[in-house]
Design a protein around this ligand. Structure first.
Ligand code: S3P
Length: 431
């Protein structure tokens, strides 16, 4: 079992670049695999999750060459995927599994989809149910809620579907199925979620309509061509360094080329409302029309805040690291409306409450968030990450601001989203 030992540091400094965005990297490979001709992706995230997506499309006959952050995908069109010889393995990646279900439902062959022990516990029904309404036949354990799932070939028809939970993965799965379905597939969102699939469709010139809270695609879509895609840095990865810079005194760091898609920047808004010094500069828009810019972060005196409502999907993956920031903020932080955290790679509400409490924080879990009193003096100790990459990295950041060394166990999954995390942390640390 891999572990990570973190020592307190004097400060963080320097100019850093975080790896490519995970959500965008997955989508680039998926869409390029359905396109005609070559797509070249730069600053791709070569993490275990994204490599699972590449592996899956390779096993369906797509030519993909990956070397670090550069990927070339040579697609042969929308209907060119070959039946896989064995079960497709999404590893730890919920995004791969859920979006792929939509794509596989539209194929003229039967396939099987599986994942690692963590992914096998995560709910798939949220995707299977609307896909069944489109005509898909998907079967598996617990009424097709859990992997492994079998996806049989059926003709799909477009539907209008109101999402019961705000989920970009479900929205994306339905839009993917919509590429192959007859007629219009429309997804109505209760609260806007990350729109990378919509932007990626546009980057590949696939017509998509966005009216009010509805997003629709009319299938089967016409052939589309390969593109050039530059993936911005992942704001979810940057968030660990942002919070580290804010809570370790005398720190000042610059994070270059971070993705600033407004459906992802909730963490910046919340931290700024807590008093964080974060300057945003050099806004750029690259292929796939994803905005990016540089962030300058300096140690700040933070104050407690109330978080909940429409901002939740805009920072859904950043709640564990927000909890760490809240332990160092003056006053009470209340997080509500984030029950989705219970069905992420681990039960993140529980994991963060148990681990931060062990470090000396005043944190109480609630059904859909936490109540955190700050500031607390944290002490280093031995903690389990529960196999969850974002819990592991959040605890590492807490360890930088703690007294004594912090040992985090079960950290191999950091590699699912942030290869090189430990190295980058060392680079930025002044011991
Ligand atoms: C993702 C959407 C989010 C997020 C996940 C990536 C995506 O999940 O938590 O890490 O790429 O679409 P939900 O859509 O289930 O909230």
């Amino acid at each position: 079992m891999k572990k990570l030992v973190v020592h307190p540091v004097q400060r963080l400094q320097g100019t850093l670049a975080v790896p490519g965005d995970k959500s965008i990297s997955h989508r680039a490979v998926m869409m390029a695999s359905l396109a005609y001709g070559a797509t070249r992706v730069t600053h791709f995230l070569p993490s275990a999750d994204c490599l699972s997506t590449i592996g899956i499309f390779k096993s369906m006959g797509v030519k993909i060459r990956q070397s670090g952050e550069r990927v070339t995908i040579v697609g042969k069109g929308l209907n060119s995927l070959k039946p896989p010889k064995k079960a497709l393995d999404a590893g730890n990646s919920g995004t791969t599994a859920r979006i792929l279900l939509g794509l596989l439902a539209g194929q003229p062959f039967t396939s099987r989809l599986t994942g690692d022990k963590y992914l096998k516990r995560r709910p798939m029904r949220r995707v299977v149910k609307p896909l069944a309404q489109m005509g898909a036949r998907i079967t598996g354990p617990e009424d097709a809620n859990l992997l492994p799932l079998k996806i049989e070939t059926r003709k799909l028809k477009g539907i209008t579907y109101q999402l019961p939970v705000a989920s970009a993965q479900v929205k994306s799965a339905l839009l993917m199925a919509g590429l192959f379905a007859e007629g219009e597939t429309k997804v109505v969102e209760p609260i806007p979620t990350r729109d990378h699939t919509e932007r990626m469709f546009k980057a590949f010139n696939i017509p998509i309509a966005q009216r009010g809270d509805g997003i629709s695609v009319r299938g089967p879509v016409l052939p589309f061509k390969g593109q050039k895609i530059r993936v911005p840095g992942d704001i979810s990865s940057a968030a660990f360094f942002i919070v580290a810079g804010l809570i370790v005194s005398h720190s000042r760091i610059v994070l270059r080329n971070v993705g600033l898609n407004p459906t992802r920047t909730g963490i910046l808004d919340v931290l700024q409302s807590m008093g964080a010094h974060i300057d945003v500069s050099h806004h750029k828009v690259h292929g796939g029309a994803e905005p990016m810019g540089d962030l300058t972060v300096a140690f700040s005196r933070l104050k407690g805040v109330e978080v909940g409502g429409d901002i939740t999907p805009r920072m859904i993956d950043e709640f564990p690291i927000l909890a760490v920031a809240a332990t160092q903020a003056y006053g009470t932080t209340v997080v509500r409306g984030a029950a989705e955290l219970r069905v992420k790679e681990s039960d993140r509400i529980l994991m963060m409450a148990v681990t931060l409490k062990k470090m000396g924080a005043k944190i109480e879990p609630t059904a859909d968030g936490w109540i955190i009193q700050g500031p607390s003096s944290l002490k280093g100790c031995r903690l389990s990450s529960g196999g969850d990459h974002r819990v592991a990295m959040s605890l590492a950041v807490a360890g930088l601001a703690a007294h004594g060394p912090t040992t985090i166990l079960d950290t191999e999954n950091i590699n699912t989203s942030f290869p090189g995390f430990e190295k980058l942390l060392q680079k930025a640390s002044v011991p």
